[in-house]
Design a protein around this ligand. Structure first.
Ligand code: SF4
Length: 394
Protein backbone atom coordinates (compact mmCIF):
# COMPACT_ATOMS: atom_id res chain seq x y z
CA UNK A 1 0.00 0.00 0.00
CA UNK A 2 1.27 3.50 -0.73
CA UNK A 3 0.05 6.68 0.84
CA UNK A 4 -1.48 9.51 -1.07
CA UNK A 5 0.44 12.76 -0.90
CA UNK A 6 -2.14 14.42 1.42
CA UNK A 7 -1.66 11.55 3.90
CA UNK A 8 2.10 12.06 3.98
CA UNK A 9 1.65 15.80 4.38
CA UNK A 10 -0.94 15.34 7.11
CA UNK A 11 1.27 12.82 8.92
CA UNK A 12 4.27 15.15 8.88
CA UNK A 13 2.19 17.94 10.41
CA UNK A 14 0.58 15.69 13.04
CA UNK A 15 3.80 13.94 14.02
CA UNK A 16 5.81 17.14 14.39
CA UNK A 17 5.03 17.42 18.12
CA UNK A 18 3.79 13.89 18.74
CA UNK A 19 6.50 13.22 21.29
CA UNK A 20 5.24 15.96 23.57
CA UNK A 21 1.44 15.64 23.55
CA UNK A 22 -1.07 12.94 22.59
CA UNK A 23 -2.24 12.96 18.99
CA UNK A 24 -5.91 13.63 18.21
CA UNK A 25 -8.50 10.94 17.40
CA UNK A 26 -8.63 12.16 13.82
CA UNK A 27 -4.86 11.89 13.48
CA UNK A 28 -4.85 8.41 15.03
CA UNK A 29 -7.54 7.19 12.63
CA UNK A 30 -5.74 8.61 9.61
CA UNK A 31 -2.34 7.31 10.70
CA UNK A 32 -3.77 3.83 11.22
CA UNK A 33 -5.12 3.89 7.66
CA UNK A 34 -2.10 5.60 6.10
CA UNK A 35 0.16 3.83 3.63
CA UNK A 36 3.56 2.25 3.96
CA UNK A 37 5.48 5.43 3.11
CA UNK A 38 4.15 7.05 6.30
CA UNK A 39 5.19 4.08 8.46
CA UNK A 40 8.85 5.09 9.04
CA UNK A 41 7.92 8.56 10.31
CA UNK A 42 5.10 7.10 12.41
CA UNK A 43 7.51 4.63 14.04
CA UNK A 44 10.14 7.32 14.62
CA UNK A 45 7.55 9.51 16.37
CA UNK A 46 6.47 6.59 18.57
CA UNK A 47 10.08 5.85 19.48
CA UNK A 48 10.64 9.49 20.32
CA UNK A 49 7.60 9.49 22.61
CA UNK A 50 8.87 6.33 24.35
CA UNK A 51 12.33 7.87 24.74
CA UNK A 52 10.74 10.86 26.41
CA UNK A 53 8.32 9.06 28.74
CA UNK A 54 9.71 5.52 29.17
CA UNK A 55 13.40 5.74 28.37
CA UNK A 56 15.92 2.94 28.17
CA UNK A 57 14.18 0.05 29.93
CA UNK A 58 11.94 -2.70 28.56
CA UNK A 59 10.22 -4.77 31.24
CA UNK A 60 8.75 -8.25 31.45
CA UNK A 61 7.18 -10.33 34.18
CA UNK A 62 8.60 -13.79 34.83
CA UNK A 63 5.48 -15.84 35.46
CA UNK A 64 3.82 -19.18 35.79
CA UNK A 65 0.55 -19.54 33.90
CA UNK A 66 -2.21 -21.20 35.92
CA UNK A 67 -5.30 -22.12 33.87
CA UNK A 68 -7.45 -22.50 37.00
CA UNK A 69 -10.32 -23.77 34.89
CA UNK A 70 -10.78 -23.87 31.14
CA UNK A 71 -14.52 -24.34 31.42
CA UNK A 72 -16.16 -21.17 30.17
CA UNK A 73 -19.71 -20.07 29.45
CA UNK A 74 -18.64 -17.97 26.44
CA UNK A 75 -17.82 -19.14 22.92
CA UNK A 76 -15.50 -16.54 21.36
CA UNK A 77 -14.89 -17.20 17.68
CA UNK A 78 -11.08 -17.32 18.03
CA UNK A 79 -10.66 -19.24 21.29
CA UNK A 80 -9.05 -22.66 21.66
CA UNK A 81 -8.63 -22.35 25.43
CA UNK A 82 -12.24 -22.92 26.48
CA UNK A 83 -13.85 -26.33 26.92
CA UNK A 84 -17.24 -27.73 27.74
CA UNK A 85 -17.32 -30.29 30.55
CA UNK A 86 -16.43 -33.75 29.23
CA UNK A 87 -14.54 -32.42 26.22
CA UNK A 88 -10.97 -33.75 25.88
CA UNK A 89 -8.66 -31.44 27.85
CA UNK A 90 -11.40 -29.94 30.05
CA UNK A 91 -9.82 -29.35 33.42
CA UNK A 92 -10.10 -27.44 36.67
CA UNK A 93 -6.85 -27.35 38.63
CA UNK A 94 -6.89 -28.65 42.20
CA UNK A 95 -5.25 -26.60 44.96
CA UNK A 96 -2.38 -29.11 45.01
CA UNK A 97 -1.85 -28.71 41.27
CA UNK A 98 -1.79 -24.94 41.66
CA UNK A 99 0.82 -25.05 44.40
CA UNK A 100 2.95 -27.62 42.55
CA UNK A 101 3.30 -25.22 39.60
CA UNK A 102 3.87 -22.27 41.93
CA UNK A 103 6.69 -24.11 43.76
CA UNK A 104 8.35 -25.06 40.46
CA UNK A 105 8.05 -21.41 39.35
CA UNK A 106 9.68 -20.21 42.55
CA UNK A 107 12.67 -22.39 41.83
CA UNK A 108 12.99 -20.74 38.40
CA UNK A 109 12.90 -17.17 39.68
CA UNK A 110 9.29 -16.48 38.72
CA UNK A 111 7.52 -13.68 40.56
CA UNK A 112 4.03 -13.77 39.03
CA UNK A 113 1.28 -16.37 39.32
CA UNK A 114 -1.06 -15.54 36.43
CA UNK A 115 -4.51 -17.04 36.95
CA UNK A 116 -6.33 -17.15 33.62
CA UNK A 117 -9.70 -18.84 33.52
CA UNK A 118 -13.03 -19.15 31.79
CA UNK A 119 -15.84 -16.78 32.70
CA UNK A 120 -18.34 -18.04 35.32
CA UNK A 121 -18.64 -21.64 34.09
CA UNK A 122 -20.75 -22.65 37.08
CA UNK A 123 -23.66 -20.54 35.77
CA UNK A 124 -24.21 -22.94 32.89
CA UNK A 125 -22.40 -26.17 33.81
CA UNK A 126 -23.67 -28.25 36.76
CA UNK A 127 -20.37 -30.20 36.51
CA UNK A 128 -18.48 -27.04 37.55
CA UNK A 129 -20.85 -26.56 40.48
CA UNK A 130 -20.03 -30.13 41.56
CA UNK A 131 -16.28 -29.50 41.29
CA UNK A 132 -16.55 -26.31 43.34
CA UNK A 133 -18.70 -28.06 45.96
CA UNK A 134 -16.09 -30.82 46.22
CA UNK A 135 -13.35 -28.22 46.69
CA UNK A 136 -15.51 -26.37 49.25
CA UNK A 137 -16.33 -23.15 47.35
CA UNK A 138 -19.56 -21.42 46.29
CA UNK A 139 -18.29 -20.03 43.00
CA UNK A 140 -15.26 -19.89 40.70
CA UNK A 141 -14.44 -16.44 42.08
CA UNK A 142 -14.51 -17.77 45.69
CA UNK A 143 -12.11 -20.52 44.61
CA UNK A 144 -9.89 -18.05 42.77
CA UNK A 145 -9.77 -15.75 45.79
CA UNK A 146 -8.71 -18.63 48.03
CA UNK A 147 -5.98 -19.70 45.61
CA UNK A 148 -4.65 -16.14 45.29
CA UNK A 149 -4.45 -15.88 49.06
CA UNK A 150 -2.73 -19.26 49.32
CA UNK A 151 -0.12 -18.21 46.77
CA UNK A 152 0.37 -14.89 48.55
CA UNK A 153 0.78 -16.50 51.99
CA UNK A 154 2.70 -19.64 51.08
CA UNK A 155 5.02 -18.64 48.24
CA UNK A 156 7.21 -15.81 47.01
CA UNK A 157 5.01 -15.30 43.91
CA UNK A 158 2.41 -12.56 43.58
CA UNK A 159 -0.94 -13.43 41.98
CA UNK A 160 -2.45 -11.65 38.97
CA UNK A 161 -6.01 -12.90 38.30
CA UNK A 162 -7.78 -12.59 34.95
CA UNK A 163 -11.22 -14.05 35.68
CA UNK A 164 -13.46 -12.21 33.21
CA UNK A 165 -16.28 -9.92 34.31
CA UNK A 166 -16.38 -9.09 38.03
CA UNK A 167 -18.74 -7.12 40.23
CA UNK A 168 -17.46 -4.14 42.20
CA UNK A 169 -17.57 -6.30 45.32
CA UNK A 170 -15.40 -8.96 43.70
CA UNK A 171 -12.93 -6.40 42.42
CA UNK A 172 -12.57 -5.19 45.99
CA UNK A 173 -12.17 -8.72 47.39
CA UNK A 174 -9.59 -9.80 44.82
CA UNK A 175 -7.64 -6.56 45.20
CA UNK A 176 -6.87 -7.62 48.80
CA UNK A 177 -5.11 -10.79 47.62
CA UNK A 178 -3.54 -9.64 44.34
CA UNK A 179 -1.53 -6.49 43.58
CA UNK A 180 -3.12 -6.07 40.14
CA UNK A 181 -6.11 -7.46 38.28
CA UNK A 182 -6.73 -7.85 34.57
CA UNK A 183 -9.53 -7.82 32.02
CA UNK A 184 -8.90 -7.30 28.32
CA UNK A 185 -11.33 -4.77 26.89
CA UNK A 186 -10.55 -6.33 23.46
CA UNK A 187 -12.77 -3.87 21.60
CA UNK A 188 -15.51 -1.30 22.10
CA UNK A 189 -17.21 -2.50 18.91
CA UNK A 190 -20.63 -3.92 19.76
CA UNK A 191 -20.88 -4.94 16.08
CA UNK A 192 -18.73 -7.94 16.92
CA UNK A 193 -21.58 -9.40 19.01
CA UNK A 194 -23.61 -9.95 15.81
CA UNK A 195 -24.35 -13.35 14.31
CA UNK A 196 -21.15 -15.10 13.17
CA UNK A 197 -18.91 -12.24 14.37
CA UNK A 198 -16.07 -12.81 16.85
CA UNK A 199 -18.18 -12.26 19.96
CA UNK A 200 -21.39 -13.88 18.81
CA UNK A 201 -22.37 -16.19 21.69
CA UNK A 202 -20.03 -14.49 24.17
CA UNK A 203 -22.27 -12.67 26.66
CA UNK A 204 -19.30 -11.56 28.74
CA UNK A 205 -17.73 -9.70 25.80
CA UNK A 206 -20.36 -6.93 25.70
CA UNK A 207 -18.08 -3.86 25.58
CA UNK A 208 -20.21 -1.79 28.00
CA UNK A 209 -19.94 -4.52 30.65
CA UNK A 210 -16.17 -4.67 30.31
CA UNK A 211 -15.82 -0.91 30.45
CA UNK A 212 -17.95 -0.95 33.61
CA UNK A 213 -15.52 -3.39 35.27
CA UNK A 214 -12.51 -1.26 34.31
CA UNK A 215 -14.26 1.83 35.64
CA UNK A 216 -15.25 0.10 38.89
CA UNK A 217 -11.61 -0.89 39.34
CA UNK A 218 -10.63 2.73 38.78
CA UNK A 219 -13.06 3.97 41.43
CA UNK A 220 -11.39 1.58 43.85
CA UNK A 221 -7.86 2.56 42.76
CA UNK A 222 -6.96 -1.01 41.78
CA UNK A 223 -3.91 -1.28 39.50
CA UNK A 224 -5.41 -2.71 36.35
CA UNK A 225 -4.21 -4.41 33.19
CA UNK A 226 -6.30 -4.18 30.05
CA UNK A 227 -5.85 -3.91 26.31
CA UNK A 228 -7.16 -4.53 22.85
CA UNK A 229 -7.23 -7.56 20.58
CA UNK A 230 -6.62 -6.43 17.02
CA UNK A 231 -7.76 -8.03 13.79
CA UNK A 232 -11.00 -9.67 14.99
CA UNK A 233 -13.26 -7.70 12.64
CA UNK A 234 -13.04 -4.19 14.09
CA UNK A 235 -12.46 -1.21 11.80
CA UNK A 236 -9.37 1.02 12.25
CA UNK A 237 -11.60 3.74 13.74
CA UNK A 238 -13.11 1.27 16.20
CA UNK A 239 -9.59 0.23 17.17
CA UNK A 240 -8.70 3.83 17.91
CA UNK A 241 -11.94 4.26 19.89
CA UNK A 242 -11.05 1.22 22.01
CA UNK A 243 -7.67 2.73 22.84
CA UNK A 244 -9.31 6.06 23.61
CA UNK A 245 -11.85 4.42 25.93
CA UNK A 246 -8.95 2.94 27.92
CA UNK A 247 -7.10 6.23 27.94
CA UNK A 248 -10.18 8.13 29.10
CA UNK A 249 -10.70 5.77 32.02
CA UNK A 250 -7.06 6.12 32.98
CA UNK A 251 -7.28 9.90 32.80
CA UNK A 252 -10.25 9.79 35.16
CA UNK A 253 -8.96 7.27 37.68
CA UNK A 254 -5.20 6.85 37.10
CA UNK A 255 -5.27 3.06 37.52
CA UNK A 256 -4.44 1.47 34.15
CA UNK A 257 -0.95 0.15 34.69
CA UNK A 258 -0.50 -1.25 31.19
CA UNK A 259 -2.24 -1.43 27.83
CA UNK A 260 -1.76 -4.66 25.90
CA UNK A 261 -1.97 -4.64 22.13
CA UNK A 262 -2.52 -8.27 21.17
CA UNK A 263 -2.63 -9.46 17.60
CA UNK A 264 -5.24 -12.03 16.59
CA UNK A 265 -3.79 -15.36 15.49
CA UNK A 266 -6.00 -17.75 13.54
CA UNK A 267 -6.30 -21.20 15.09
CA UNK A 268 -7.49 -24.38 13.41
CA UNK A 269 -10.89 -25.71 14.51
CA UNK A 270 -12.13 -22.28 15.59
CA UNK A 271 -14.88 -20.34 13.81
CA UNK A 272 -12.23 -17.83 12.72
CA UNK A 273 -9.71 -20.40 11.46
CA UNK A 274 -9.63 -18.76 8.02
CA UNK A 275 -9.86 -15.18 9.21
CA UNK A 276 -6.89 -13.07 8.01
CA UNK A 277 -4.32 -12.27 10.68
CA UNK A 278 -2.98 -8.73 11.09
CA UNK A 279 0.43 -8.51 9.48
CA UNK A 280 3.67 -7.15 10.89
CA UNK A 281 3.13 -3.63 9.52
CA UNK A 282 -0.42 -3.44 10.81
CA UNK A 283 0.76 -4.48 14.25
CA UNK A 284 3.56 -1.90 14.20
CA UNK A 285 1.19 0.80 13.01
CA UNK A 286 -1.25 0.01 15.83
CA UNK A 287 1.49 -0.04 18.47
CA UNK A 288 2.84 3.30 17.28
CA UNK A 289 -0.63 4.86 17.27
CA UNK A 290 -1.24 3.50 20.80
CA UNK A 291 2.04 5.03 21.97
CA UNK A 292 1.17 8.37 20.41
CA UNK A 293 -2.36 8.40 21.85
CA UNK A 294 -1.07 7.64 25.35
CA UNK A 295 2.61 8.56 25.33
CA UNK A 296 3.14 8.24 29.10
CA UNK A 297 1.47 4.84 29.59
CA UNK A 298 2.99 1.36 29.62
CA UNK A 299 2.36 -0.31 26.27
CA UNK A 300 2.83 -4.04 25.95
CA UNK A 301 2.89 -6.54 23.09
CA UNK A 302 3.29 -10.29 23.58
CA UNK A 303 6.48 -11.53 21.89
CA UNK A 304 5.30 -15.09 21.26
CA UNK A 305 2.50 -13.94 18.95
CA UNK A 306 5.00 -12.22 16.64
CA UNK A 307 7.76 -14.80 16.60
CA UNK A 308 10.27 -15.14 14.93
CA UNK A 309 10.54 -11.37 14.42
CA UNK A 310 9.20 -10.28 17.78
CA UNK A 311 12.08 -7.88 18.52
CA UNK A 312 10.74 -5.67 15.69
CA UNK A 313 7.78 -4.83 17.94
CA UNK A 314 10.14 -2.54 19.85
CA UNK A 315 10.09 -0.28 16.79
CA UNK A 316 6.41 0.44 17.51
CA UNK A 317 7.27 2.12 20.80
CA UNK A 318 6.33 -0.58 23.34
CA UNK A 319 8.07 -0.69 26.71
CA UNK A 320 6.95 -4.09 28.03
CA UNK A 321 6.88 -7.71 26.87
CA UNK A 322 4.24 -8.86 29.35
CA UNK A 323 4.38 -12.15 31.15
CA UNK A 324 6.92 -14.65 29.87
CA UNK A 325 7.25 -18.07 31.46
CA UNK A 326 10.32 -20.29 31.60
CA UNK A 327 8.07 -23.11 32.86
CA UNK A 328 4.48 -23.18 31.64
CA UNK A 329 3.07 -22.82 28.11
CA UNK A 330 0.83 -19.97 26.99
CA UNK A 331 -2.38 -21.96 27.46
CA UNK A 332 -4.34 -19.38 25.44
CA UNK A 333 -1.94 -19.76 22.48
CA UNK A 334 -0.31 -23.13 23.15
CA UNK A 335 1.04 -23.36 19.59
CA UNK A 336 3.11 -20.18 20.19
CA UNK A 337 5.88 -20.85 22.73
CA UNK A 338 7.32 -17.96 24.67
CA UNK A 339 10.88 -16.99 23.78
CA UNK A 340 13.68 -18.23 25.99
CA UNK A 341 14.52 -15.55 28.55
CA UNK A 342 18.13 -15.44 27.35
CA UNK A 343 16.91 -14.78 23.82
CA UNK A 344 14.53 -12.08 25.05
CA UNK A 345 17.39 -10.39 26.87
CA UNK A 346 19.78 -10.62 23.92
CA UNK A 347 17.29 -9.31 21.40
CA UNK A 348 16.12 -6.50 23.69
CA UNK A 349 19.70 -5.45 24.35
CA UNK A 350 20.56 -5.66 20.66
CA UNK A 351 17.94 -2.94 20.09
CA UNK A 352 19.66 -0.77 22.70
CA UNK A 353 17.49 -1.37 25.79
CA UNK A 354 18.00 -2.83 29.23
CA UNK A 355 15.64 -5.72 30.07
CA UNK A 356 14.25 -5.61 33.64
CA UNK A 357 12.09 -8.14 35.44
CA UNK A 358 9.07 -6.46 36.99
CA UNK A 359 6.40 -7.78 39.32
CA UNK A 360 2.78 -8.25 38.15
CA UNK A 361 2.34 -4.70 39.45
CA UNK A 362 4.44 -1.97 37.83
CA UNK A 363 6.79 0.01 40.10
CA UNK A 364 4.73 3.20 39.85
CA UNK A 365 1.56 1.34 40.95
CA UNK A 366 3.00 -0.67 43.86
CA UNK A 367 1.98 1.85 46.49
CA UNK A 368 -1.58 1.91 45.16
CA UNK A 369 -1.65 -1.92 45.34
CA UNK A 370 -0.23 -2.04 48.86
CA UNK A 371 -3.04 0.17 50.15
CA UNK A 372 -5.56 -2.66 49.63
CA UNK A 373 -4.39 -4.96 52.43
CA UNK A 374 -1.69 -5.33 55.06
CA UNK A 375 -0.82 -8.73 53.65
CA UNK A 376 -0.19 -7.24 50.20
CA UNK A 377 1.77 -4.34 51.66
CA UNK A 378 4.04 -6.73 53.52
CA UNK A 379 4.53 -9.04 50.54
CA UNK A 380 5.25 -6.15 48.19
CA UNK A 381 7.81 -4.71 50.59
CA UNK A 382 9.74 -7.95 50.52
CA UNK A 383 9.39 -8.46 46.74
CA UNK A 384 10.61 -5.18 45.26
CA UNK A 385 14.09 -3.81 44.85
CA UNK A 386 14.94 -0.14 45.43
CA UNK A 387 13.61 0.87 42.00
CA UNK A 388 10.35 -1.10 42.37
CA UNK A 389 11.35 -3.99 40.10
CA UNK A 390 11.44 -7.67 41.10
CA UNK A 391 13.94 -8.33 43.87
CA UNK A 392 14.31 -11.97 42.85
CA UNK A 393 15.34 -10.96 39.34
CA UNK A 394 17.94 -13.36 38.02
S1 SF4 B 1 -11.63 -15.96 25.08
FE1 SF4 B 1 -12.08 -16.13 27.28
S2 SF4 B 1 -14.27 -15.64 27.45
FE2 SF4 B 1 -13.88 -16.12 25.29
S3 SF4 B 1 -14.34 -18.32 25.12
FE3 SF4 B 1 -12.14 -18.12 25.51
S4 SF4 B 1 -11.96 -18.34 27.73
FE4 SF4 B 1 -14.11 -17.88 27.30
Amino acid sequence: MTASFPDAQFAAAELADAGTKPISREAACRLLRAGDDVLPSLLSAAQLARARFKPGVITYSRKVFLPLTNLCRDYCGYCTFRRDPGEPGAHTMTPDEVMEVVRAGERMGCTEALFSLGDKPELVFPQMRDILRRFGYKSTLHYLEAMCEKVLRESSLLPHPNPGLMSAEWLERLSRVAPSLGLMLETTSARLLAKNAAHDNAPDKVPAKRLRVIEDAGRRKIPFTTGILIGIGETPDERVDSLLAIRDLHERYGHIQEVIVQNFRAKPVTLMARWPEPGRKEMLRTLAVARLLMPGMNIQAPPNLSDPHYADLLEGGINDWGGVSPLTPDFINPEKPWPQLDDLRLRTEAKGFELRQRLPVYPEFAEQAAAHSDLLAERLRSSVDAAGYARRAA
